[in-house]
Design a protein around this ligand. Structure first.
Ligand code: FAD
Length: 337
């Protein structure tokens, strides 16, 4: 059993910053995340995109923000259960919460902070029988690190912004050959991106195949070839090192939705007038996962919510202690030994 002061469900930017604010109050935290790495959406969806609205940073890559948060919380020695989804919550006889993961790891604390973001991200996968065999061996549903596609043959499928943006990015940058396959003639992406893709197809910089879809994958232990079927039912084989079926990600609140919390539009209702508490005493919800009048799903709003929330957590954990707000410029950052 892992015992701590605050169990944080979700190691996205908001969950990570909670560790810092809790640490200033000498509260220890343990984070649980379904993903194998911390960082939430910033790490999983857009690590190489610059963010422009983090106070004090005119521009920072999402991945660098996560690295900085990890450095900032290091003195408070947070512990992690990564790659495991929190599935159950219950109270023990002492009134503490026990949070259990799908794998059976148990965590105990008097306070739970849910920072689960949009929930667990599930990519829409094309129905190809052997697709699993090639996952992480040429097939990827998210572009995490564009560098790995340098000088490679890439096939991208999809008609939305993600497919078009990455096709243009790779064709303009360093890939050997970019093929964009879409099953219709019309795209859902921005008109400007569609026009750019058409222009690049005319110049031969993108191999654009419309009214077609990928029906087969081949390779010896890694992807080497894909088979495409077009409108005339012809089957074309294309050499490819990577296939990126970018059909979108569906966020699902997941097991949290069954914990007896008040849910509205796939988010947890909280009291924003006080401390971001939920309808379960001792359980708080912060960041993208919560909702209240005027809610904005932004990192900086989540940071604010975390700061307010840990003050309430302190009172719950130490009902007889007084907490006086101290500036870090005065108190410094005294981590745990
Ligand atoms: C492309 C893109 C660009 C963006 N640009 C900006 C921007 O410029 N500025 C800005 O402020 N915001 C931006 N955002 C939004 C920003 O990323 C989110 O507001 C932020 O990530 C929310 O942080 P969070 O910690 O609340 O949740 P998340 O980052 O979503 O992290 C939640 C974590 O909880 C985990 N989780 C969920 N349920 C469970 C469970 N049951 N058990 C274990 N783990 C669980 C998930 O795996 C995830 O890692 C952008 C978002 C996207 C997609």
């Amino acid at each position: 059993m892992i015992k701590t002061d605050i169990i944080i469900i979700g190691a996205g930017p908001v969950g990570l910053f909670t560790v810092f604010e809790a640490g200033l109050l000498k509260l220890r935290c343990h984070l649980i995340d379904s993903l194998p790495i911390p960082g939430g959406q910033c790490a999983e969806i857009y690590p190489k995109k610059p963010i422009y609205d983090i106070p004090g940073y005119p521009s920072i890559l999402a991945g660098d923000l996560v690295d900085n948060l990890m450095t900032q919380i290091k003195p408070f020695k947070p512990s992690f259960t990564l790659g495991e989804t929190a599935t159950h919550i219950e109270r023990n006889d002492e009134g503490k919460f026990i949070v259990t993961t799908k794998q059976g790891t148990k965590h105990e604390a008097p306070v739970v902070a849910i920072a689960g973001g949009l929930g667990v991200f599930i990519p829409r996968k094309p129905p190809i029988f052997n697709i699993k065999e090639f996952e992480n061996k040429g097939v990827a549903y998210i572009v995490k690190d564009p560098e790995i596609y340098r000088n490679k043959n890439i096939v991208i499928s999809g008609g939305g912004d993600s497919a078009l943006d990455w096709a243009l990015f790779f064709a303009n940058n360093f890939s050997k050959k970019v093929t964009l396959i879409h099953r219709s003639q019309s795209f859902r992406a921005h008109l400007d991106s569609v026009q750019q893709a058409m222009n690049m197809a005319e110049k031969g910089k993108i191999n654009l195949i419309l009214d077609a879809e990928v029906i087969g994958l081949d390779g010896n232990n890694k992807l080497e070839k894909i088979t495409v079927k077009n409108k005339s039912q012809e089957e074309i084989a294309i050499d490819s090192d990577y296939w990126l079926p970018l059909f979108g990600l569906t966020p699902k609140l997941g097991p949290i939705a069954n914990w007896g919390l008040e849910i509205e539009k796939n988010a947890i209702v909280v009291n924003n007038a006080t401390d971001y508490s939920t309808n379960i005493d001792g359980v708080y919800a912060i960041g993208d996962v919560n909702t209240y009048p005027g809610k904005l799903k932004l990192i900086l709003c989540g940071f604010h919510e975390a700061t307010i929330m840990v003050q309430a957590a302190f009172k719950k954990i130490h009902p007889n202690k007084n907490n006086v707000l101290k500036y870090t410029t005065v108190s410094g950052v005294n981590g745990f030994d």
